[in-house]
Every structure is written in C-alpha cells, then in structure tokens.
Ligand binder design. Structure first.
Ligand SMILES: Nc1nc2c(ncn2[C@@H]2O[C@H](COP(=O)(O)OP(=O)(O)OP(=O)(O)O)[C@@H](O)[C@H]2O)c(=O)[nH]1
Length: 550
C-alpha cells in the first residue's frame, strides 16, 4: 500500500478511535432517551428522540466496524418504527423493549469504557486536502534538438507549465525516479536508435511500474512510427516543426484528464464523526469536501462553496434530510445539483420519500468506500459536464455570454453585501479580422483558444473568465480594485503578445486591448459592462495593445 493510502488509513483509524471513545456516551444517550420515553409513554416527542438515536447508531456503528452493535440498534429501531406512524403501543411493549434495550446497551457501555483517547491525534491528522488544481504542472522535454526545445519551453512556460529539458535519453529514467513529471514530451529518434525514445518509455514503464502520459514528437510522419507510438501507449504524436499551441492544447487536455475529479462535495450530517469518516474517504479520492453539521447554514455555505454534489443524512435534529432537499430545490440555482442520501434508512418507502423530495440517489450505510467514491464521482461528473454544456462556450471552454452576465450580477451583489471591491475587465483582440482574413477562420479560432487558456492559467482561480462575444472576453475580479486588476491583466497582455501563433509555416503574434472598471465607477452590473467597454475602446483608439482604466 502506498503512503497516500497509509495516511488515509491512519485518518480512518483515528476517526474510529474517536467514535469508540464517544460510543459509551452515545449508548448512554440511548438509555436516557429510552428512560424518558418509558417514563412518559404518551409523549411522541420522546419516542422520536429515541428513534433518532437508534437510527444514528445503526448507521454509524456499522460504518466504524461495530456491525453487531449496528444490527442490534437497527433491530430495536425497527421495533419502534411502526409506533411513529401508529401510536398504538402498549405499556407492556414499552416495558419489554426498555428491559432489553437497557440490558443490551448497559453491557455495551461496560465493554467499551476502556477505549483509548485518540481525539488529539485526529485533530492533528485531519487537515483539509490541498487543492491539487493549483499546483504547477511539470513537463519533461526529452530531445537533443536544441532549437525545438527552446521554442517549446518558451511557450509552455508562458502557459504556466514548469519545463525541465533532458537532452540525453539516458538521463530520463533517473529524472523520473527523482521527480515524477505530469507529462513527458519525447523525440522518437536518438543516437541510440531510430525508435529509442519509444523503447525507453516502454522500458521505464516496465521497470518503474508507472505510466506517465507521454507525447511523441518526430520528423517522421509515417504510419509505422505513429503505430509504434500508439503501441507505447502514447497520448499524442506531433510532427516537427511542432505546432506548439496545438501541443499545449494536448498537454492541457491530458493534465485536465488527470485532475478530472476535485469535485466539490458538501456533506451535511449532524453526526460529526461519521461525516468526518466519509469526508476523509472522499478527500483521499481527490474530492474537495466541506462538512456541515448545522443544516440551517446550508444556503450560505452553498453560495460560498458551490457544491457539485450534496451528501445528506436523513435524520437530523433541526430538520429532516427530506425537508432540507426540498428547501434546497426551492432555489432555482440548485434545481439540478445532485443530492445523494447517505443513511442507515433501510425502509424503501422512506427512500422513495427522499427521491420525491428531489434526491437523486440513496446509499445505505455502511457502504464500502470504493462504491461510495465511484457512485458520487459518476453523479458529480455528469453534473459538471451538463453545467459545462449549459454555461460554457464550446470553442474556448470559458463561461458564455449569459453565464458571465449572471456571474457578474451575483458577484456585484456579494461585493455590495461584503463592502468589498470588484473589478471588471473587457478584453478585445486587436485586428482580429485581419488574422481571419490572412490565415483563415480555423487559425482565428486557435488564437481565441490561446487567449482563453492564458487567461485561465494566469489569473487566480477566483477570477471569473468568460467569452462575452466573438473576439471579446470579460473577466470579473472579485475583491480587487480596478488598478490591481489592471496590473495583473497587464502581465497577461504581455505574456499573450509573446506567444507565437502558427499557421502552417507562418509564425505571428497577436495582441489585445482592454478596459478595466470597478464599482467606484458603476454599481449596476450592466453599467459596469458599459463603463469597462468604453475604456476598452479608448485603448483601441490610443493604438491598441494596452489597458485603460475607466
Ligand atoms: N475565427 C473566428 N473569428 C471570429 C469569431 N467570432 C468573431 N470573429 C471575427 O472577429 C472579427 C472582429 O473584427 P472587428 O470587430 O472588425 O475588429 P478587429 O478586426 O478585431 O479590429 P479591432 O477590434 O478594431 O482591433 C470579425 O472578423 C469576426 O468575424 C470566432 O468565433 N472565430
């Protein structure tokens, strides 16, 4: 088992220890709830509390490996459940249940009291997972051809990649063993042999038992060479001189594929330890997890965290999971976010109630981690792709016109609420018609994609980038004044102007003009667009390739 899994195991063990430590208290809670109900058998609220405690125990005990305890709790739960719907229990029935339940849980407490205290260990261990999306991606460039290396390195570094050049094939294996790259770009042919690049990749894969996404480059465009690359499981094949923009696009796709999870999952459960347990499993699978124990905070957390999936408990003290999903679905922005119930509820009718309230799935606790991860990942992925189809521009992958306008409205509201600054930039490519006319529409499209990528890579993850129209882009900078936004965007302008675009054998560069405004100039979203757009036209009039502050 690798160290990543070891650390998950440690976290889960620590959580088990905390659960174990809290278990006697939970059993005592059940006994107290039972005593309360036995003393007031007409009090339905006391029965509800007892049911909730038993239900939580049924789910959590199984999760932490106390299956016997979980089964017993479920058996007791099933006995009192009919009483919830039909309050016709007799005193004898209550007394009978009380005796058995007290007996069972008192013994359970006695057996559990010796449990060690691991709480501090848990707190130290359970730090939120790092956001892997922010890491710089490392590319190994393995080629003797210095001119090619220079051109590719220059461009990739502009797109925010870290590039390490390896001119000699013999040095590749050691470099990989020392630091594993995200993608390898490698020449097919070396002095060692015509296809030595392919052979070395295969050898390293066998030796080190790891497969790193690999793109082959070669002067040779023959079918045989391409087939060799396919057989070495190559993820791409480019002929020299390499179209660096297209190569970068391929690298982007490959590295995005590798980080395709990172799904934002919000777990709402009043049982803190169980929530942390499942949270640790999902984090380990690369998901970005937020835990919420107080359901009344749900809307605020959703606005802030924008979950791509909600994992809900059915029974919570303030409101039920079913009520909570109805409440969430009342808001138009959340009609489509997947809601999955994770509960020990085995009653199919109750599960159907949840589905009617807008739930997408019902998973019964305890659940094997792989099943949980794969079923949540499938739903989150589907949600993500549907959202992308609705909100994204097909050519650039950026937010489309409608989506960026909606985002600006939301961000302006938020800025008003927080009294925070907010800047908007409008960006327009310079002389773009000429590019289309000279090199063709396909090359024009490639330029649009290049700018989109550079904006995404160079700006913060919190900045919101959209394609506003044909060759016009908009960027929302939350928590930022216009002058700061301008400074940041100016670096993007410079980097973009240095990117060499390709059209067949011709190389050229493109620039853009922009206008930046903040809420000092306009407080209404439409006005803000107008003011920034006017500033952009000033940049055009003053000679292009510049940024004007409104
Ligand atoms: N390739 C391509 N071109 C597009 C797309 N959308 C709009 N355009 C073109 O973008 C060009 C915009 O040209 P103009 O508005 O005249 O401006 P410009 O040539 O960029 O000149 P300035 O803005 O004054 O610097 C037009 O030729 C449009 O056809 C697209 O999706 N792909």
């Amino acid at each position: 088992m690798n160290s990543k899994n070891d650390s998950l195991l440690e976290k889960l063990r620590a959580l088990e220890a905390v659960f174990l430590q809290k278990l006697p208290g939970k059993c005592e809670e059940i006994i107290a709830a039972l005593n309360d109900f036995a003393a007031h058998p007409d009090n339905k609220d006391a029965l509800i509390v007892l049911h909730r405690h038993l239900h939580t125990m049924a789910g959590s005990a199984g999760t932490f490996g106390f299956s016997e305890l979980g089964l017993q709790a479920r058996a007791f739960e099933s006995r009192i459940k009919p009483w919830l719907a039909n309050p016709g229990w007799t005193t004898e029935e209550v007394q009978g249940l009380a005796t058995e339940l007290r007996h069972y849980f008192t013994h359970a407490v006695d057996g559990l009291k010796q449990a060690p205290d691991h709480e501090s260990e848990l707190m130290a261990e359970l730090t939120p997972a790092e956001d892997a999306l922010n890491e710089t991606r490392l590319i190994y460039l393995v080629d003797e051809d210095e001119a090619q290396q220079e051109a590719i390195t220059f461009q990739l570094e502009h797109f925010g990649y870290e590039v390490k050049r390896i001119p000699h094939l013999k040095d590749l294996a050691l470099a990989i063993a020392t630091r594993r790259p995200d993608v390898i770009v490698i020449e097919l042919s070396f002095p060692e042999g015509k296809n030595a690049g392919v052979d070395e990749i295969k050898r390293i894969e066998q030796l080190q038992r790891l497969r790193i996404p690999t793109i082959f480059v070669s002067k040779n465009s023959s079918f045989e060479s391409r087939l060799l690359a396919v057989r070495a499981k190559g993820d791409g094949y480019f002929t020299k001189p390499v179209d660096v923009v297209a190569l970068t696009e391929r690298i982007d796709t490959i590295s995005q594929r590798d980080q395709s999870n990172g799904y934002r999952v919000l777990i709402i459960d009043d049982d803190v330890v169980t929530a942390k347990f499942y949270g640790a499993i999902l984090r380990d699978a690369g998901m970005n997890v937020r835990l919420l124990n107080d359901p009344t905070q749900v809307l605020a957390v959703m606005t802030d965290f924008r979950p791509e999936l909600l994992l809900l408990d059915v029974y919570m003290p303030v409101c039920s999971g079913v009520e909570l999903s109805r409440l969430i679905r009342q808001d138009n922005s959340y009609v489509d976010v997947p809601i999955v119930f994770l509960s020990s509820e085995a009653d199919v009718n109750k599960q159907l109630d949840a589905v009617k309230a807008g739930a997408d799935d019902f998973i019964t606790k305890p659940v094997p981690p792989e099943y949980l991860v794969s079923s949540l990942a499938t739903r989150a992925e589907r949600y993500r792709s549907l959202r992308a189809l609705i909100m994204r521009d097909g050519l650039t992958g950026l937010l489309n016109h409608t989506a960026i306008k909606e985002q600006l409205e939301a961000e302006v509201l938020q800025a008003h609420r927080n009294g925070a600054p907010l800047a908007l930039a409008m960006i327009d490519l310079d002389n773009f018609k000429k590019i289309n006319d000279s090199y063709g529409h396909a090359t024009g499209d490639q330029v649009l994609r290049t700018l989109a990528r550079i904006l995404r890579q160079r700006l913060r993850r919190t900045d919101i980038v959209g394609r506003y129209g044909g060759e016009e882009f908009a960027v929302i900078f939350p928590d930022t004044t216009a002058s700061t936004a301008r400074r940041v965007l100016d670096q993007v302008r410079l980097a973009f102007s240095k990117v060499s675009q390709h059209s067949e054998e011709v190389e050229f560069s493109v620039t853009f003009s922009a206008g930046v405004a903040d809420m000092e100039k306009a407080t209404d979203p439409d006005q803000l667009f107008d003011v920034a757009d006017t500033a952009m036209y000033v940049s055009k009039q003053e000679g292009r390739n510049r940024i004007t502050l409104a």
